[in-house]
Design a protein around this ligand. Structure first.
Ligand code: UD2
Length: 316
């Protein structure tokens, strides 16, 4: 049958076997190129859900007043971990001031700021029922190390305090600013944010860790979304499991002298591959000031601020 089909196409196109293979591959690549990425529909709008029925939160997908009323009755506490080591302390003022205007306004929030320079923590006036605790940690002369150790520190903090002190926890990058509401619509049992630079990219091109020697390895045929390491959230016990697993995988990599392409972000992506987030935040919740707003983004809520890596990081 296969031979007959081959003869049929050959007769039809007048091409040799090599020509037919070439034509087949060309069609395959055209198909891959024109398939919409899995976050947008064919009109370029955000899909309402991930293929495992997890909502993708975006403007218009919730009623802020209604959802606030629902969560008000629950009397919840949202812990928020922020790391500001070395020159990154300069981002805290804008981060906190803009958070106080936009982040869980009217709900109980407890910021836990990890820093090696407690004297550099700015005095920012916090809103009602918003609290801040400074946690001193050792300095590091490698930015990769600072980023990598966030999982371990989060694991320790959750174990020692947050299991008793909070219901939900978010870990957020400090070199960021809030520009719009970030509220209870973002809460879920496990929450990831779709990275602003990769939501229009097909998974084969995601910057996942591709070396099988790393625990963060993801093959070219796997993957759903590329999640940003700047936003991790969920119920305290679920984020604990995530942080613990990623820390363990990071330890194995360290013992094998391998560092994943994007440090803990690579391990986070591996974790989310097998433990799918129950809620996804659209890139409204993780934008980048360097990226012009696109039509499918109706509002920018939280965005990475511009930074000169050479000036602020302890090493290249
Ligand atoms: C990406 C991720 C980041 C992290 C990193 C992996 C996004 C938008 N950003 O950003 O979350 O996964 O890749 O390496 O998803 N920090 C300090 N002091 C330092 C260096 C870092 O406090 O000297 C902390 C700080 O909280 C910062 C975070 O580590 O926000 C991540 O570092 P980054 O912003 O330099 O990483 P970047 O921009 O490569």
């Amino acid at each position: 049958m296969k031979v007959n089909l081959y003869l049929f196409f050959r007769a039809l196109t007048g091409l040799s076997l090599i020509g037919l293979v070439y034509l087949g591959l060309t069609f395959h690549w055209i198909k891959l190129l024109y398939r919409p990425p899995n976050v947008l529909d064919s009109q370029g709008n955000f899909l309402p859900m991930a293929p495992w029925s997890a909502p993708i939160v975006r403007e218009g997908s919730f009623d802020p007043k209604l959802i606030d009323e629902i969560y008000k009755k629950k009397n919840i506490t949202i812990a928020t971990t922020v790391f500001a080591l070395g020159k990154y302390t300069q981002f805290l003022k804008d981060f906190l001031e803009s958070a106080e205007q936009n982040y869980f306004v009217g709900f109980r929030v407890h910021y836990y700021v990890f820093t090696d320079l407690p004297e550099k923590i700015p005095a920012v006036k916090l809103g009602e029922d918003h609290h801040l605790t400074v946690l001193k940690v050792a300095s590091s002369n490698r930015w990769q190390e600072i980023s990598l150790r966030r999982m371990e520190r989060m694991e320790e903090l959750i174990e020692s305090r947050l299991l008793n002190e909070a219901d939900y926890v978010f870990s957020l990058d400090v070199d960021s600013k809030f520009y719009g509401r970030w509220g209870v619509e973002s809460l879920g049992s496990l929450v990831g944010a779709i990275h602003p630079w990769y939501y229009k990219t097909h998974k084969e091109w995601f910057p996942y860790e591709r070396r099988p020697e790393s625990q963060a390895y993801i093959s070219y045929s796997e993957g759903d979304y590329y999640y940003g390491g700047a936003v991790i959230g969920g119920l305290v016990k679920n984020v604990y499991q995530l942080a613990k697993t990623c820390r363990e995988q990071l330890d194995i990599d360290a013992a094998n002298s391998i560092e994943a392409a994007w440090q803990e972000e690579s391990h986070l992506n591996k974790y989310f591959l097998y433990n799918k987030p129950s809620k996804l935040l659209s890139p409204e919740y993780l934008w980048d000031d360097r990226k012009p707003k696109t039509p499918e983004i109706k509002i920018i809520r939280f965005s990475q601020v511009y930074k000169n890596y050479h000036e602020i990081r302890p090493n290249p």
